[in-house]
Design a protein around this ligand. Structure first.
Ligand code: XMP
Length: 517
């Protein structure tokens, strides 16, 4: 019988390292399903998920801290192969009878690793090999039955293992790209030590997810807010594959979309992919609500509230609906699980379809909640979505309203659309386009003096924002070649009426954010 894609999973116990999601992504890139699990998970829960292996992640703590996080000790004695990474290795050292010591200087950065035993975990790894270190403590004395597998010039035990019990620890981070043979180390652990099979593929996931959705929804009806973004598009396609025309999609044109976007979404989903698409032209409603508002949070709030009203009205016309399908992804799930309570500052109130009125009691359907963004794109391809949708850059729910700084008017929106269209056209020609997370224009509420022909001009400024990022949480401004910047600037200033200046935003996140509002 074919294995289910979730079978033979790896449980990653989360000790809070900033690299944890990367560990999970690396494991999944090797086609093995894994989940990040709170470090203090109970033994029975671990046993229930039947993992083939356990990874103890890194983390900022030291085993000597008064409130240092430790896993339930029995977990290390279940006979499940275990790999401790950085803090995870120190946990193994400390709990299994070795000795961990603080070193006076924290080791951070690239190091040469020498392999002492080229068996299982380090099979096929060159010696020396470049690895990435980031730690303050070290294992000084091995726990009984462990052997040293690798060292660096400053860290005598950089890799340790007890092949009999299948317990391993490494002091470096195999998940970051700076560790040259990190992928091989993971694959040795997954396939040689844990005997995992490569069954996590988007085609096996599709089969499984469709089956689950069918069981879950039964004869019910599903509604989905389709924005044309990757997540909602893939959600809609997946659910429609499962329940066919019992899925109704609502697409709200809030008047804050980019040039040609509303038409593109209608064409793709209604005409090519034959989904039940309810198109709502709500441009006037949104723009009249936004009149006179300049404060970013007020604008976001009004748009969020209006969206919920429009969406609810439309859904009510459809008779009884049982489920609301949403494109929640795994990083959102992890974030909400690891939010340790406590008030955290709201930087921007994000827009989504949560918060629907109580009178509309839908059950939630979140078929992408186990997937990372790159997996969602793979799934989109598997489901036959066109490449221009699959590769789409993220676009904020409040749309161009947060890119027209200050008050949003029809006139300003039109200037921004014209400018943004040129940014899109030129960026698509850029050879490094794949590495760009987002590229867009922002209209500033600033006018400046220029000269065109022999005439004085006094017109708006466009800021060009182009960033690279892995997940939108942090971002770097893209070091674009000058000729692209020049081309974009020339085209905007010469072709877009109302703009006489273009500036390039060279701020990273943090401390700036990607969107201007
Ligand atoms: P910031 O501006 O906070 O944006 O650095 C991080 C990422 O989130 C996108 N973004 C949004 N996405 N609803 C969304 O679905 C929103 O309200 C929203 N605001 C920002 C932004 O484009 C970037 O990718």
């Amino acid at each position: 019988m074919k294995q289910k894609p979730y079978q033979g999973m790896i449980a990653i116990l989360d000790f809070g390292s900033q690299y944890n999601q990367l560990i999970a992504r690396r494991v999944r890139e090797s086609q093995v399903y894994c989940e990040l699990i709170p470090f203090d998970v109970s033994v029975s829960q671990i046993l229930k998920s039947k993992p083939r292996g356990i990874i103890l992640s890194g983390g900022p703590a030291s085993v000597f801290d008064g409130n240092a996080p430790f896993p339930r000790q029995e977990i290390l004695h279940l006979g499940i192969p275990t790999l401790g990474i950085c803090y995870g290795m120190q946990v193994l050292g400390h709990l299994l009878g070795g000795e961990v010591r603080s070193v006076s200087e924290r080791e951070y950065g690239a190091s040469e690793l020498y392999v002492d035993e080229e068996t299982d975990l380090f099979e096929g790894i060159s010696s020396p090999t470049r690895v990435w270190m980031s730690h303050g403590d070290q294992v000084k004395r091995l726990p009984p039955q462990f052997r040293i597998l690798a060292h660096t010039s400053t860290c005598p035990v950089a890799g340790m293992g007890d092949a009999k019990r299948k317990l391993y620890g490494i002091q470096f981070h195999p998940e970051v790209v700076h560790t040259r043979e990190g992928r091989r180390v993971f694959e040795n652990f997954l396939f040689k030590i844990c005997a995992c099979t490569k069954n996590w593929t988007m085609s096996s996931f599709t089969e499984f997810a469709v089956d689950q959705i069918r069981k879950n929804v039964g004869k019910g009806k599903v509604v989905c807010a389709l924005s044309g973004g990757v997540d909602s598009s893939v959600t809609a396609m997946l659910v429609s594959k499962a329940v066919k025309d019992r899925l109704e999609c609502i697409f709200v044109n809030n008047g804050l979309l980019r040039e040609g976007e509303a038409d593109q979404v209608r064409r793709t989903f209604a005409h090519s992919l034959h989904l039940n698409l309810h198109y709502v032209d709500a441009e006037e409603r949104f723009l009249s609500k936004l009149r006179g508002l300049a404060d970013p949070e007020e604008k976001r709030k009004v748009i969020g509230e209006e969206f919920i009203k429009v969406f609810s009205e439309e859904a009510q016309k459809m008779g009884k609906i049982d489920f609301l399908a949403q494109g929640t992804l795994y990083p959102d799930v992890i974030e909400s699980l690891s939010a340790k309570g406590g008030p955290s500052a709201t930087i921007k109130s994000h827009h989504n379809v949560g918060g629907l009125p109580d009178s509309m009691h839908f059950k939630l359907l979140e078929p992408l909640r186990d997937l990372f963004k790159d997996e969602v794109r793979g799934l989109g391809r598997e489901l036959g979505l066109p490449e221009d949708i699959v590769k789409r850059q993220p676009f904020p729910g409040p749309g161009l309203a947060v890119r027209v700084a200050g008050e949003v008017t029809r006139g300003r929106l039109q200037i921004l659309r014209e400018a943004d269209k040129r940014v899109q056209e030129e960026m698509k020609k850029h050879r490094g386009f794949e590495e760009i997370w987002q590229s867009f224009a922002v209209l500033l509420p600033v006018k400046s003096v220029g000269v065109m022909g022999d005439q004085r001009t006094y017109e708006y400024t466009i800021a060009l924002r182009v960033v690279t990022s892995i997940d939108g949480m942090t971002a770097d401004w893209a070091k674009l070649p000058y000729d692209i910047l020049e081309k974009i600037s020339n085209r905007i200033i010469n072709e877009v009426k109302g703009v006489n200046r273009v500036v390039y935003d060279i701020s990273s996140k943090p401390p700036s954010t990607i969107e201007w509002e």
